[in-house]
Design a protein around this ligand. Structure first.
Ligand code: PLP
Length: 439
């Protein structure tokens, strides 16, 4: 359990200087709460491990983990780059005033409209993911008289030790271009010959929530093999290698590994390779998402109904559920929680925290030891900062909760809670309905 910046005062849980029970009362629940200090401390650790001593390298935060205007501002102040995967994320970045040249665009099926937007904004890099994407991008660049920097996302064909739904680097994947010579090499040649793109190098992302470094090392080996072939065939040595994200975080009992555990051996492998061939060290890029924000975020709930089924299970229902945290239902993700309103009471009851949605799978935490829960208690579910808010839905027409940024006892909205009015604003009654009624 990650309890960084948490303390118990007078029986209640404080986080980054804020009394969580009071926050819940003042701002309502459910609500996502992010400590800016925890986010900044992760960014500092990443810089220490990757860019401080290697200024050519870049950290491109994967904003799919958590995205909003304020987050882009924070990234901008911290001097990071960002990885976007949709027109919506791209638009949010630009709206926040984030420098376009510091954006990279990933995604396995970017639409023409999204690519047009990226070219118009003049973003830094497009990570090409499919054989059709290059031609589409070239057409757009020709029409707009622009040239874009590109990398190719490859599927290195390595197995990462994580949940099947978040493995992305194996050969049978919807992401990336396979490494078969007859597929990838002509495609690289097309980019090298193109007037409209500048080919910089390769990208891979092997999966998420990783605690071992062997997958990274193996994938780097595959990328270097391809880079060598490109060099031998076309005389071009890659200028950039993007290693993706995926560094594991603490949700419950996992022990987060230092970033250097993943990054040092990879850098050393590439350095040794470059030195052996007398080639320049390429710039390295990483795309951490969850490791920047997961542990910084908690979700506050109020306990509503409780039910003890003798000899079977005890349930306590929160005022949200799979709508603001789909991960347990989607891939069995595990979380832990603290009863913020009685943080020092003994954890003497086993309870299952369920949501209020109309699905039996709407369980946030199965069988956790907590103090006896009563209606009105405030529950803090920890490490919910990644892929919670960004995956939230309006299922059952529950509004999406707001996001609070907290910092040394000060709490402010970064995203206001959705209202019923917001939620129904785009609903339209088809004209034909009225005609039927009038007729
Ligand atoms: C291409 C790419 N980069 C980076 C990430 C971020 O991964 P994580 O949040 O596990 O660091 C992902 C996650 O899906 C991804 O697909």
């Amino acid at each position: 359990m990650n309890t960084e910046l948490m303390e118990i005062k007078n029986g209640t849980l404080f986080y980054d200087g804020c009394d969580l029970t009071q926050l819940a009362a003042e701002f309502g629940t459910p609500v996502y709460v992010y400590s800016q200090n925890v986010i900044k401390s992760r960014i500092k650790e990443l810089k220490e491990a990757f860019t401080d001593d290697h200024p050519k390298n870049r950290i491109a935060y994967a904003c799919k983990a958590f995205c909003c205007t304020a987050m882009f501002k924070l990234l901008q102040y911290e001097g990071l780059c960002a990885d976007v995967v949709s027109g919506g994320e791209l638009y949010t970045a630009i709206k926040a005033g984030f420098p376009a040249e510091r954006l990279e665009f990933n995604g396995n099926n970017k639409s023409r409209g999204e690519l047009e937007l990226a070219v118009e904004y003049g973003i830094g890099r497009i990570i090409i993911d499919s054989l059709q994407e290059l031609s589409m991008l070239e057409e757009i660049c020709a029409a707009k008289e622009k040239k874009m920097k590109v990398l190719y996302r490859i599927t290195p064909g390595v197995k990462a030790d994580t949940h099947d739904y978040i493995i992305t680097g194996k050969k049978d994947s919807k992401f990336g271009i396979p490494l078969d010579d007859d597929i990838i090499l002509p495609y690289v040649k097309a980019a090298l010959d193109s007037r409209y793109v500048e080919f910089l190098g390769l990208h891979f992302h092997i999966g998420s929530q990783l605690f071992e470094n062997d997958g990274y090392i193996a994938a780097t080996g595959e990328a270097l093999k391809l880079a060598e072939k490109i060099y031998t065939e076309y005389g071009f040595w890659i200028k950039e290698l993007n290693l993706g994200g995926g560094f594991g975080v603490t949700y419950t009992t996992e022990e987060r590994k230092p970033f250097s555990f993943f990054l040092d051996p990879v850098r050393e492998t590439i350095e040794a390779f470059a030195m052996e061939y007398g080639l320049e060290m390429p710039a390295l890029v990483i795309e951490p998402g969850r490791s920047v924000v997961a542990e910084a975020g908690i979700t506050l709930y109020k306990i509503g109904s409780t039910k003890d089924i003798p000899g079977l299970r005890n349930y306590a229902a929160v005022d949200g559920g799979m709508t603001e945290n789909i991960r347990p239902a989607l891939y069995g993700a595990k979380y832990t929680a603290i009863v913020a309103s009685k943080a020092d009471a003994p954890a003497d009851k086993t309870v299952t925290i369920c949501g209020k949605c109309c699905e039996s799978g709407d369980i946030i935490i199965k069988d956790i030891e907590l103090p006896e829960l009563k209606t009105g208690d405030t529950l803090a579910v920890l490490s919910t900062g990644a892929y919670g808010y960004t995956m939230a839905s309006n299922y059952n027409r529950n509004p999406i909760p707001g996001v609070l940024f907290i910092d040394n006892g000060i709490a402010e909205w970064a995203v206001k809670p959705q209202t019923y009015e917001n939620m129904t604003a785009n609903d339209v009654i088809p004209k034909s309905f009225l005609e039927v009624k009038n007729g």
